[in-house]
Design a binder for this molecule. Structure first.
Ligand code: TRP
Length: 329
């Protein structure tokens, strides 16, 4: 069975875009592939978070993924820092990564521009740690967004460099997993583009009903259609796109007709949208709360994930050591 691996940032909670986009596909995928989902907490050390923040961040993300339907009995869900073999593979891969190519990485250049006072080596070698995450399970497929494609390409480069250097094909070259038409793109509420982390544009699974309502009521619209059958401009189309995901078809049809007849009241549309978003995420919100209050269960899940992930990681690292010639006496 093909191995699929996905890394999840340990900062940044799930928003509707993540949920209806990648995460729902992960939930389906776990039954068809050997899936590893891990929380990339070591990557977040590049920004030097406070010690107390670690637990809250990792816990929140873990609970959100469980609540969204990742089944720890089916997939392997684990925390990166629970697998010491990743750090060792990272060290080994660092010997195959060139300073020049790391400096040319788009994400690195962006970070340098944003934080010129914190250009640490961890930031420079971020793609090497990501390669270690992927190669430690010799994964075949990695679901990534556009912003991570360059990192995946670098992973392939490191892997094939290793294979060539030692004359074997130990590491498969991982490719991007594309959900194709299964990937629903949720637009933001600020009128343009997709839902992201920027303020005012995202609705989070952890938001309470009131917050959802407030955010939806603030969504960008226009002064309304002026003639029948008018084409929708982007901000209005975006609202309808979300409505189509969370509401019943007859509700969508009703408001579309109202728009085309120029009788639409955006206030009503938004109230309906807020109500239906809340209905659709209520059960997830409930489950997130339950998981958050059950440390014993979370301990069990992370321990089980660690055991499964380490079994595969230890196997890979043993192979790597043998190939390099670290074999003892
Ligand atoms: N860099 C990824 C992001 O920012 C997270 C990540 C870390 C990852 N390691 C990974 C993703 C390995 C896929 C595979 O979203």
């Amino acid at each position: 069975m093909e191995i699929v691996l996905s890394g999840i940032r340990s900062t940044g909670n799930l928003h509707l875009g993540n949920y209806y986009g990648a995460v729902r596909n992960f939930v389906k995928m776990q039954h068809n592939y050997n899936c590893y989902f891990f929380i990339a907490d070591l990557h977040s050390l590049t920004t030097h978070p406070k010690p107390g923040d670690w637990k809250a961040n990792v816990k929140q993300i873990l609970c959100e993924y469980l609540a969204a339907g990742i089944d720890p009995e089916v997939a392997t869900i684990y925390v990166q820092s629970d697998i010491p073999e990743i750090a060792e593979l990272y060290l080994i891969l660092n010997m195959l990564a060139y300073k020049g190519e790391l400096e040319r990485t788009t994400s690195f250049k962006d970070k340098v521009r944003q934080n010129p006072d914190n250009v640490n080596a961890g930031l420079l070698t971020y793609p090497v740690l990501m390669a270690a995450d992927i190669l430690i399970h010799r994964a075949n497929k990695v679901p990534v967004g556009k912003d991570q494609e360059q990192h995946l390409e670098m992973t392939r480069n490191f892997a094939s460099r290793f294979n060539n250097m030692y004359g074997n094909d130990f590491f498969p070259l991982p490719t991007a997993f594309n959900f194709g038409s299964d990937l629903i793109k949720i637009p933001g509420l600020d009128g343009t583009g997709k839902m992201g982390k920027s303020d005012g544009n995202g609705i989070y699974l952890a938001d309470d009903a009131k917050t959802v309502e407030k955010k939806v009521m603030r969504a960008v619209t226009d002064s309304g259609p002026t003639h029948k059958g008018q084409k929708m401009p982007e901000p209005i189309r975006n609202i309808f796109t979300i409505l189509e995901v969370v509401s019943e078809p007859d509700v969508v049809k009703y408001f579309k007709e109202q728009y085309h007849e120029c009788t639409i009241r955006y206030g009503d549309l938004k109230k309906q949208l807020a109500k239906d978003i809340n209905l659709s995420i209520d059960p997830i919100r409930e489950r997130i709360k339950q998981y958050l209050s059950d440390d014993a269960y979370l301990r069990k899940v992370t321990k089980m994930g660690q055991e499964k992930a380490r079994e595969s990681a230890i196997k890979t690292l043993k192979g790597v050591r043998e190939i390099i010639g670290i074999t003892g006496f």
